[in-house]
Design a protein around this ligand. Structure first.
Ligand code: PLP
Length: 407
């Protein structure tokens, strides 16, 4: 088990106060605070090692290129993948757009289907709708059960030979549901569909192994794994990436350019046009090294215990309605206070006055809100630095907020 209290000392962003009260940060599902290991690595790189990559023949550029490519190898180790299967992107949204634009436009046609779950983030819905519009393919969503888990019988029915790609969120940011990706991927494979896993929420919380998951694509964001913004990853199976045309043109992604014709580099360079986020890649690698040193299995076990504690404590708050009670769930606690006129935003504001940061809104998952018949929910989410004391402050804050809202 990890000692969250001891880990907090490594996060300068958690110290200090908010609205005059000690700061409680419960919005790690939106973005995580950064450990010194990341802040100091990026600072050192910018001060001492920074240069462009892949272009310069001088020592600084060679060093920078080496570090940038070493960072790719760290990502590969984090996912148990091969280095040339790791494409740097700007984040999860960018990674899924890459697949929808490149793979989708090249391989989808009228009559084909893309099957997603009813608990996807908009990032795994909208790119497919845009591609469907262009290719004539159809986007289909598998319904959810009342507890927020996937209706697997419906999934089996929907997952037929028309489905060419299945998009699965690993942990739903709106509900905390952990989808049985391995099992669902195996079913999708029976009909030859490719499987894309949105690991934006699972990458900081669960060990990831693309070989065990049995998927073809996996996407995650740097800023949710304690790394910087502006960088993310698309992992793609080597042969699948090789079958995909470029999606953005420019420097770095070519083999040879003439005015008559351009030939393209092999993946991953084919998908990385322009000067990349170099410092961010170094920061991402520092974050992943830091996470791997803690141990993802350790993180999962520690957070599971805290999650159980948080659920038990939230159950003490009268009028609190929870969303997301799937048997397998983690890291995200969505709720509302069922009082007349009490909106999730009010709950968030009243907590903010007490120094407690949570998220309120539709969490970029409007279909989930529609499924549960609410415009919005309040959401507290956990990180490696979250303590029982943070949860106690949340519960205390909610009890106060309830009293104020009931007046
Ligand atoms: N998918 C899920 C499940 C998410 O929670 C998020 C962000 O909240 C995203 C995708 C999009 O990630 P980003 O905004 O970093 O591209």
């Amino acid at each position: 088990m990890l000692d969250a209290l001891a880990l907090r000392a490594q996060f300068p962003g958690l110290s200090g106060s908010a609205n005059g009260k000690p700061f409680v940060y419960l919005d790690s599902a939106a973005t995580t605070q950064k450990p010194l290991a990341v802040i100091e690595r990026m600072d050192y790189f910018l001060r001492n090692e920074y240069g462009t990559v892949h272009r310069g023949l001088y020592a600084r550029s060679v060093r920078s290129t080496q570090l940038y490519e070493d960072a790719r190898a760290t990502v590969a180790r984090f996912l148990n993948a091969e280095v040339d299967e790791v494409v740097y992107t700007m984040g999860t949204t960018d990674a899924i757009n890459l697949v929808a634009w490149s793979w989708g436009r090249a391989h989808l046609k009228k009559g084909d289907r893309v099957l997603v779950t009813g608990m996807e983030h908009h990032a795994n819905i909208v790119p497919w709708q845009i591609t469907a519009e262009i290719t004539g393919a159809e986007l289909v969503a598998c319904p959810l059960l009342d507890d927020g888990s996937l209706d697997e019988e419906a999934f089996d029915r929907l997952c037929d030979e028309r489905v060419k790609l299945v998009g699965l969120v690993h942990i739903a940011n709106s509900l905390g549901t952990i989808n049985p990706v391995q099992r669902l991927a195996a079913r999708a494979k029976r009909h030859g569909a490719l499987v894309l896993v949105d690991a934006a929420q699972s990458a900081p919380h669960l060990p990831l192994d693309v070989k065990t998951l049995g998927c073809d694509f996996l996407a995650f964001s740097g800023h949710k794994v304690y790394g910087p913004t502006g960088i993310g990853v698309l992992w793609g199976r080597r042969d699948v990436l090789a079958s995909m045309p470029p999606w953005r043109g420019g420097g770095e992604m070519i083999e040879k350019v003439t005015f008559e014709r351009t030939t393209f580099a092999k993946p991953p360079a084919r998908f990385e046009a322009g000067t990349p986020p170099i410092t961010e890649a170094i920061g991402l690698a520092a974050a992943l090294e830091w996470l791997m040193a803690l141990g993802l299995a350790n993180i999962a076990a520690t957070e599971h215990a805290l999650y159980t504690y948080a659920e038990a404590r939230l159950a003490e708050v009268p009028d609190l309605v929870r969303y997301g009670q799937a048997p397998q769930r983690s890291s995200v606690l969505a709720f509302n206070l069922a009082l007349p006129g009490a909106h999730a935003a009010d709950v968030s504001s009243l907590l903010d006055m007490q120094g407690i940061a949570i998220r309120a809104g539709h969490h970029c998952a409007q279909p989930v809100m529609a499924r549960f018949g609410v415009p919005a929910t309040a959401r507290a989410s956990l990180g490696v630095y979250t303590t029982r004391d943070d949860i106690d402050r949340l519960v205390e804050g909610l009890l106060k907020a309830r009293t104020m809202l009931a007046m």
